[in-house]
Ligand binder design. Structure first.
Ligand code: MG
Length: 275
């Protein structure tokens, strides 16, 4: 036993001496380590740039310091709509109803879209069906979160509401059902946390499809899933070229659905600067 502990102590001492010799003075890390494959950095490189500091929200689900807050419970100033009727190209202030820290679809007014445009992003959305929601299948609390105004994560009552699988809540509408259904009852708040990579185009050619990773009430429902195109009904989706950034859209589908606490983080620009 004595021999074993002596060996352990000697090994620890050697390691400590080696650590002191190889560690840069006043810094942490090593420059005598191998280069990481495919990178320019040593293992534990002391010169590697550090990530930006981001202050997380105070409670789970609250916006971190680098998020664009799209709705903070007070007003719809970050959102707009198209005018109805002959003037439909005209952009007007959002007409949906704000009350008690949430806002609610006003059927007949049209879709809501953000005044700002976004590409690659992390998005947090909370939504709820009315406690007394009525209707069946796709006519029961239908709305939707459309990234780039095109790629829809379905909003629908997920609780005891039979419908086609690729149209249930959190489906990539018309393409992929969620992996599981973690939906709550009508009247209860639900969360979507979405990581989205926008598609890349070169002229008319698709270079890279979009990518969705989605958590529904904290449960993974899409894991790095590539939609096959923009949302369509009763057709096979396809890609049509569009700008690198487009407005985020919330769908008006004739039903009353509530939203609150919406924030988004642009993911472009987080590649660390090379030294
Ligand atoms: Mg929908």
């Amino acid at each position: 036993m004595r021999h074993k502990s002596f060996t352990l102590c000697a090994t620890a001492l050697c390691f400590a001496i080696a650590l002191g010799a190889q560690q840069k003075k006043g810094d942490l890390g090593f420059t005598d380590t191998p280069i990481l494959p495919g990178q320019k950095w040593h293992v534990h490189d002391p010169d590697r740039p550090h990530p930006h500091v981001v202050t997380p929200g105070k409670e789970p689900g609250a916006a971190p310091s680098d998020a664009v807050v799209l709705f903070d419970g007070k007003d719809l100033s970050k959102w707009a709509q198209h005018s109805k009727g002959a003037d439909s190209a005209k952009i007007v202030d959002a007409q949906w109803k704000v009350e008690n820290g949430y806002f609610e679809v006003v059927p007949g007014t049209g879709d809501l879209f953000t005044r700002e445009r976004f590409g690659d992003c992390q998005l947090h959305v909370e939504w709820a069906e009315l406690a007394g929601v009525s209707g069946t299948s796709q006519a029961r609390g239908n709305s939707g979160v459309l990234l780039m105004s095109r790629y829809e994560i379905q909003v629908l009552d997920p609780y005891n509401n039979p419908t086609y699988a690729d149209g249930q809540a959190s489906a990539i509408y018309g393409q992929f059902p969620p992996l599981v259904n973690p939906g709550r009852k009508p009247g209860e708040w639900q969360t979507y946390d979405i990581v989205f990579e926008s598609p890349r185009f070169e002229g008319e050619r698709l270079l890279k499809p979009a990518v969705f990773t989605v958590f529904f009430n904290g449960v993974l429902v899409h894991n790095h899933k590539e939609p096959i195109g923009a949302m369509v009904y009763r057709q096979v989706a396809k890609y049509t070229p569009h700008d690198p950034e487009e407005p985020l859209m919330l769908q008006e589908h004739h039903d009353h659905v509530r939203y609150r606490n919406i924030w988004i983080r642009r993911l472009a620009g987080y590649d660390l600067p090379e030294k």
